[in-house]
Every structure is written in structure tokens, then in C-alpha cells.
Design a protein around this ligand. Structure first.
Ligand SMILES: [Cu+2]
Length: 172
């Protein structure tokens, strides 16, 4: 619900900015007549504007399709794993995996906002998303190295926030 509202507001503001640009663009040719040089300048600027728009559009068409990029790069169909965060711990539907397993972590929360941070055995973060009540975020990750991974909370959620830790084993 909140995500939908955020999206709607972003869309409205974007449309407003587009409107402002179109308005300025429509009025930008009003003063062209007074010198030939300026006319030429405006012509070049318009061509440049169209080129920039076209390249932006083309780049967007080719790159947005692949979002999220790690998902496009991964092989196979993801294994669904449900993760529920709560004060103060994580419930997880599966916690043992093999190298190469491609996982879709469906993350939600039972109470307040938490974070889902997936760390490898050197404590480098490899994936993260928000754990939100009444909403499920999905984050995709393909395990490439064996070891003991940890899920830590990334959002201060109360007095025992620091004890929120869950281990995941990834075998060869
Ligand atoms: Cu927390």
C-alpha cells in the first residue's frame, strides 16, 4: 500500500517535471528571431535535446528489462524461501543450501520494520532488502561460495535489535 502510494507520488511528480519541461520547450522559440546566430544555437540545442532523449530512451529500453540485474545474470528458476522478521529474530523456511542454488528470499515482518541483510562468512554483505509488516519484498541471490552465511537486521527495531541473527549453511 505504501509502496503503491510512493510510486503514485513519484509518477505524479515526474509528470509535473515533464510538463514544466514541455512548457519551457514550447516557449523557448519565442525569442529566436532577433539574431541568426541565436537561431543556429537553438537549432543545435534542439537536435542535441532529441539526441539525448533518444539515447536515454534506447538505453532505458535495453537496461530496464533486465532489472534486477543479478536476477538476469543468474541461472535457472529460483527456489522460494520465506523469511519472516520479528522482534527479535528471523523465521526462515529453509536454512541449508548448496553452492549454485539460486534463491528468491520472500521477506516480510510480523511486527515493525526490520532489515534483511545477507552476509557471507567474511561478513561482507551480499544481498539486502527491507522486512516490512504487511508487505513482502523479494530479493534474489545465487550462492557462489560455501560457508556459513548470516542474516542480520539492518534497521534499528528495538532494545534487542543487535541479537537478531540467523545462520544459513551453504555446502559444496
Ligand atoms: Cu530488527
Amino acid at each position: 500500500m505504501y509502496q503503491q502510494a510512493a510510486w503514485d507520488i513519484t509518477l505524479l511528480l515526474s509528470l509535473f517535471i515533464i510538463f514544466v519541461f514541455l512548457f519551457v520547450f514550447a516557449r523557448s522559440d519565442k525569442k529566436v528571431d532577433y539574431t541568426g546566430i541565436q537561431k543556429k544555437g537553438y537549432f543545435i540545442r534542439n537536435i542535441w535535446f532529441i539526441l539525448v532523449c533518444l539515447s536515454l530512451l534506447t538505453t532505458s529500453l535495453f537496461t530496464l528489462k533486465q532489472l534486477p540485474y543479478h536476477r538476469a545474470a543468474a541461472k535457472g528458476t529460483p527456489v522460494d524461501v520465506d523469511v519472516t522478521a520479528m522482534q527479535f529474530g528471523f523465521e526462515i523456511s529453509k536454512d541449508t543450501f548448496k553452492v549454485g542454488d539460486y534463491i528468491a528470499f520472500h521477506v516480510t515482518s510480523k511486527d515493525v520494520n526490520h532489515g534483511f541483510g545477507l552476509y557471507d562468512d567474511k561478513m561482507n554483505i551480499v544481498a539486502q532488502t527491507q522486512a516490512m509488516p504487511q508487505y513482502t519484498n523479494t530479493v534474489y541471490y545465487q550462492f557462489t561460495k560455501p560457508g556459513t552465511y548470516s542474516i542480520l537486521c539492518l534497521e534499528y527495531c528495538g532494545a534487542a535489535h543487535h541479537i537478531m541473527k540467523r545462520e544459513i549453511i551453504v555446502n559444496e
